[in-house]
Design a protein around this ligand. Structure first.
Ligand SMILES: C[S@@+](CC[C@H](N)C(=O)[O-])C[C@H]1O[C@@H](n2cnc3c(N)ncnc32)[C@H](O)[C@@H]1O
Length: 244
């Protein structure tokens, strides 16, 4: 089992720590994109469903949603939300856990593929997803493009957020393709810290993982509103499709 980085404290403060993620301007385009791909009467599998930030509004759009989640504390938070009874959850590692049933859509948002910290686990995740998709079904990943170009030679640390309440630094080990995210929040005058390892992964490497699992790239955008993906894009929304 991978390490569970979403403990009780993180689960309880998830929305307070990342309020921008819950902004309707962020959530609504993602939900519309996913609802369209799931199709009328479709069913969706969210890997790392968390507190239901995306699963709950997607379910309200009429898509049947099931989640896989490693952290019981995150599931407990999901269960406190209105409409949570419409979202089934299987507790387990999404690299290997099957929910039972076939889905028209599987999705993995907010950089969560990087929580799998080895290439083997990421490859296994694609295989596990492909096995649960109906023919023609789609797998969507939203993830950042590795920011190695921001590192001058010899430097290993890059600040990704600097505000009075939140400092965040990415600490890169390019040999192992791991970036450790270090967060420092000031909450009620006290310092809270959190560090978690991530395996950053290139779009082309993800395409190869999809191919190994029998899926091909169908679309790649810079964001949920289908902004063009360019050399300057800092993240991408990619859609791979299982053969019909
Ligand atoms: C960044 S949060 C995103 C939660 C939710 N998808 C959202 O968009 O708000 C990542 C979630 O994935 C879960 N997670 C990380 N690695 C996992 C794994 N290997 N298997 C299942 N869940 C995992 C974490 O516990 C956490 O709830």
């Amino acid at each position: 089992m991978p390490e569970n980085n979403f403990d009780e404290r993180t689960a309880q403060t998830y929305e307070a720590k990342w309020p921008e993620l819950f902004d309707p301007a962020v959530v609504d385009p993602a939900v519309s994109f996913l609802a369209e791909l799931a199709g009328p009467g479709g069913s969706a599998l969210e890997l790392g469903v968390g507190t239901g930030r995306i699963a709950l509004p997607l379910s309200r759009r009429g898509v049947r949603v099931h989640g896989i989640e490693l952290s019981p504390a995150m599931v407990a938070q999901l269960r406190t939300k209105p409409g949570a009874e419409t979202v089934g959850v299987t507790v387990g590692d999404f690299a290997t856990t099957r929910a039972g049933g076939d889905f028209t859509l599987a999705y993995l948002v907010r950089n969560t593929i990087t929580n799998l910290t080895t290439q083997d686990e990421q490859v296994e995740c694609f295989r596990t997803v492909a096995a649960q998709l109906e023919p023609g079904g789609c797998f969507v990943i939203e993830v950042y493009v590795p920011e190695l170009r921001r590192l001058p030679p010899g430097q290993t640390v890059h600040p990704f957020t600097v505000t009075p309440e939140h400092l965040g630094f990415e600490e890169y080990d390019v040999a192992s393709q791991i970036a450790v995210s270090h967060h420092y929040w000031v909450v009620d005058g006290r310092l809270e810290t959190r560090s978690s390892p991530h395996r950053y992964v290139w779009p082309s490497e993800l395409d190869l993982m999809a191919r190994l699992a029998g899926m091909t790239l169908r679309e790649r955008w810079a964001g949920w509103q289908r902004e063009p993906f360019t050399s300057d894009s800092r993240s991408h929304v990619s859609v791979w499709q299982k053969a019909s």
